[in-house]
Design a binder for this molecule. Structure first.
Ligand SMILES: [Zn+2]
Ligand SMILES: [Zn+2]
Length: 83
């Protein structure tokens, strides 16, 4: 039997609000599920405790902290236990 293993195929994004598959985008340009289109990520904190700003880059959203500079979207969510 030939079964191809697919590595690094993490195209499927998760909604940070509920863990469902994200198939829509909210006002902040963040991938969310259909149910959370109207929700926004608020009061996100950096690992250092400073608030994070959501930025829009060429490759999607990322965060910015006044202490740490740019933080990847994934890291920012991780710091807030959203991933
Ligand atoms: Zn959701
Ligand atoms: Zn920071």
């Amino acid at each position: 039997m030939y079964r191809k293993k697919i590595y690094g195929r993490s195209k499927e994004s998760k909604c940070p609000f509920c863990d469902s598959t994200a198939s829509a985008m909210n006002n902040q340009g963040i991938l969310v599920c259909q149910r959370h289109i109207k929700d926004e990520l608020k009061n996100l904190k950096c690992m250092c405790g400073e608030p994070l700003d959501i930025m829009q880059g060429k490759w999607g959203p990322y965060f910015r902290c006044i202490n740490c500079g740019n933080i990847s979207y994934k890291k920012g969510l991780e710091a807030n236990s959203l991933l």
